[in-house]
Design a protein around this ligand. Structure first.
Ligand code: GLC
Ligand code: GLC
Length: 816
């Protein structure tokens, strides 16, 4: 069943009933201030860091699901309801939620009162705007009471959820007219506060949760609202909230609009108080709040800010657009997939409805991969991101697995030793240079281990990355796996027996033996980019050495990484094979096969095809390709977390969507367009829209995992939004299927599509020009370019030149 539909014109997903199979969310904000916003107005917002500077309290894994957010209660006579459905789960005469690019709009109606709430974060400001319009659709006058409600988080979301002995005594607010200020801890070391305001006079307010709700009531039973009268409570400790009471009279047909703003404000350390002499009076300096609220004090101003936001997204997504008969593919590749890539750029893996915003920093490997999804959209920001990531690399080439976005420093708790990490830096930098042609980034001086005194050029960083793999090989000449490779859960040196121990940071058994065929294949996959970059900066000596090293790695894979019908996955700490027909469970894995074929291994002698055929035979399902088979039925000390999951979930034979595109790309290398497209569509959410009861996650975004065939809930997705799936699927569809791929010297045209896809067109912004590319597959082939016409003239070769002239260039590609 479907719970909505795509409005392609508006670039919106329209949810038509509130009780979706899971909260279906959107992200507000594109800069430094962000909000998570569910289809019933649940969620929270934060400034820069979801853990350290959170404005709205949000309880994860709460009952009922998705409790807390920005709520507005309406009262018409004795009738009380919440027009966003939650928290009261009110019966509504109509309901619709439109999630658009950086904004959401919930519209509903009950008993002749229409409600519309448009929520967004304006460009360049640190606030959420909620523009609310009430319309009296009945024939009689209505006297309406509206109550706003948010619950303040005491900033540090982790403390907020745990440190009650302190927290219940520190909450402080200030109220001035329609403006409620949350100033907990401002008296001491913070120089920031929140303001929750509305642009009209209020009849009253509340700031104490117990007063507003009643101690034993939920959000669905606020006693103040039922009473119809605010209490003007001032919170002192306990749980500060912000609630405005607005009384309004609407004659028949009349509309009224209110602009609510929830903002984050900072003052200079020496200008914190309204009056320097009166710090003790505790009256905060409201200048920044006044300026912000002044700016958004009218509906017109809010509309203008929303229009600017729309322009921002229109321009951004205009850099890559798709037109095709297959609307699902076109809307995913052209709009939603890129949108999700921007969200993973902004959030990394920190805040979603599955990531609590307090746990994980930015991942070294994740961030490098995410880059592939947005480097064409925001190349300057990708450049800055690369330099941040590289600065957390150690002098020996290894890397902190994670770093904190606020401090940009490596995270000691997780540390290093994930032996694939260094290679992802080469991968990310190469992608950036192919997109931009900006080699100057290689000359940037970048610290090692965040230590300026250890700084060297980014090129040296890449060298160390490459050499790290070479310096850390095992008995078969394959790279040592360390704590794990891309598969965080293949922990071959862990041997953990203690419940609760982290599989990633526990190393009870430093074998110096366990090897990864996946890292080996990855080395062969990214190695040529390193060679190319060496050449381009005039280091032929290094290029030649690197080529030899790559050849040696291919040799090692040929000798020790092939299992007869597919590529092996690894050798464990005892030198035993993993991912082999000799194994009882985990006979075949997806990762090494995807990477080996992407690296071109076995293309000549038929092993590549054999490997992909084996993947299809053993790992394929209607919902995507599972990570391994057979699933591990019991916990293996020598394998770690992968065997800790029940069969069919996560890395233990779940459909780990992130790695499916590797098979898609590998299939295009064999020229099998139909199969490539099939693997693309199986995990693509738009193709499962009418299967939402089973899939459960948003039909407009990729999920990290779909339960595999061994799982009880085969086909059910989890962990939507923050996943490397976004970037990789974008690469697979745009670079390899539609075949518009940035390379060092231009834009390569190399489609690989199903024979029955007769035509499509792509607009691609590339290094300062736009390429309008029409592909004609009247011949009905899967791969092969017969001719290219560029700006009306025949063009030789497949790499379109760099124009950089700000113009639109017409490209007609005929396949055959
Ligand atoms: C998660 C991690 C990613 C890892 C993957 C497989 O998506 O964020 O770094 O590669 O799991 O374990
Ligand atoms: C990755 C994996 C997950 C694991 C985690 C540990 O995200 O997907 O299964 O628990 O890494 O850090």
């Amino acid at each position: 069943m479907q719970y909505g539909y795509f409005d392609d014109e508006m670039r919106e997903y329209v949810i038509t009933r509130p009780d979706t199979p899971y909260p279906w969310i959107n992200y507000l904000g594109c800069d430094e201030f962000y909000g998570l916003f569910s289809n019933t107005s649940g969620g929270y917002c934060f400034y820069r860091d979801a853990r350290m500077l959170r404005l709205i309290r949000y309880r994860y894994n709460n009952v009922p699901t998705d409790s807390g957010g920005r709520y507005f209660y309406l009262k018409d006579g004795d009738d009380v309801w919440t027009p966003t459905w939650k928290p009261m789960k009110s019966k509504l005469d109509r309901y619709e939620c439109r999630h658009g690019m950086g904004y959401s709009r919930i519209s509903s109606a009950r008993n002749g009162l229409a409600y519309s709430q448009t929520s967004f974060i304006p460009l360049g400001d640190k606030c959420e705007i909620h523009k609310i319009t009430l319309t009296n659709e009945s024939n009689a006058d209505k006297n309406i009471d509206m109550f706003s409600f948010i619950e303040f988080c005491l900033w540090n979301a982790n403390d907020d959820m745990t440190n009650f002995q302190r927290n219940f005594s520190i909450g402080e607010v200030e109220v001035e007219g329609s403006r409620i200020y949350h100033k907990t801890e401002y008296r001491e070391r913070r120089n920031h506060y929140a303001v929750w305001a509305v642009n009209v006079p209020v009849a009253g307010f509340d700031t104490d949760r117990q007063t507003f709700l009643g101690l034993y009531n939920g959000f669905d039973e606020p006693q103040v609202v039922f009473k119809g009268e605010a209490d003007n409570s001032i919170a002192s400790g306990w749980s500060p909230i912000g609630s405005h009471h607005i009384k309004t009279k609407l004659s028949a047909g009349e509309s009224q609009t209110f602009v609510f703003v929830l903002g984050y404000c900072e003052n200079p350390e020496d200008d914190k108080w309204e009056n320097a002499q009166q710090a003790a009076s505790g009256i905060i300096n409201k200048k920044p709040a006044n300026a912000m609220l002044e700016k958004y004090s009218t509906a017109e101003a809010a509309d203008k800010a929303l229009a600017a936001l729309n322009d921002y997204w229109k321009n951004l997504l205009g850099r890559f657009t798709v037109e095709a008969e297959d609307k699902k593919m076109a809307r995913m590749a052209g709009v939603w997939n890129q949108y999700q890539c921007m969200v993973t750029f902004n959030m990394s893996r920190s805040a979603s409805y599955f990531e609590s915003g307090i746990g994980r920093g930015m991942g070294f490997r994740d961030s490098n991969q995410d880059l592939l999804g947005f480097v064409h959209l925001v190349p300057e920001r990708a450049r800055a991101r690369i330099l941040d990531i590289a600065a957390t690399q150690f002098p020996d080439g290894s890397a902190y697995h994670q770093y904190q976005p606020l401090t940009k420093r490596g995270n000691n708790e997780v540390g290093s030793g994930f032996n694939d990490d260094p290679l992802w830096l080469i991968f990310g930098v190469a992608a950036y240079i192919k997109e931009t042609g900006d080699y100057s980034i290689l000359d940037e001086k970048v610290p090692f281990d965040n230590d300026e005194t250890l700084a060297d050029t980014l090129f040296v960083h890449l060298q160390r990355s490459f050499n790290y793999t070479l310096n850390n090989k095992g008995p078969h000449g394959l790279p040592l796996i360390g704590r794990a490779d891309w598969n965080d859960c293949l922990n071959l040196n862990c041997f953990s027996k203690t419940p609760g121990e982290s599989f990633q940071t526990t190393a009870n058994f430093e074998s110096g033996i366990a090897e990864s065929v996946m890292i080996a294949a990855m080395f062969v996959f990214v190695g040529p980019d390193y060679v190319e970059l060496c050449r381009r900066v005039g280091r032929n000596d290094k290029a030649e050495l690197a080529e030899k090293a790559i050849a040696a790695m291919v040799e090692a894979i040929n000798l020790h990484g092939w299992d007869g019908n597919w590529f092996l996955r690894a050798y464990d700490a005892h030198g035993k094979k993993i991912g082999s027909k000799e194994c009882e469970d985990g006979k075949i894995f997806i990762e090494s096969n995807g990477f080996a074929v992407m690296a071109g291994i076995g293309l000549e002698d038929g092993r590549a095809q054999k490997a992909l055929d084996s993947v299809k035979e053993h790992l394929d399902t209607p919902y995507g390709i599972v990570l391994l088979q057979p699933a591990y039925k019991e916990y293996h000390l020598e394998l770690g977390e992968v065997s800790s999951y029940p069969p069919g979930y996560k890395e233990n034979a779940g459909i780990f969507c992130h790695n499916n595109p590797w098979i898609t790309i590998a299939e295009t290398m064999l020229g099998r367009g139909t199969r490539a497209f099939e693997t693309y569509t199986k995990i693509c959410p738009a193709y499962r829209e009418d299967d939402s009861d089973l899939r459960r996650m948003e039909p407009y975004v990729y999920a990290q995992m779909v339960a595999g065939k061994d799982a009880e809930r085969f086909g059910e997705a989890k962990n939507s939004w923050l996943t490397g799936t976004a970037a990789w699927t974008f690469v697979s569809i745009s670079h390899f299927i539609l075949g518009v791929r940035p390379v060092y010297d231009g834009l390569l045209i190399d489609p690989c599509i199903p024979a029955n896809m007769k035509s499509y067109s792509v607009t691609r912004h590339f290094r300062g020009a736009d390429y309008h590319i029409t592909v004609d597959n009247g011949a009905g082939v899967e791969k092969g370019v017969k001719s290219i016409t560029l700006d009306g003239k025949p063009f030789e070769g497949k790499v379109l030149p760099v124009f950089g002239d700000g113009k639109v260039h017409q490209v007609v590609v005929v396949m055959g």
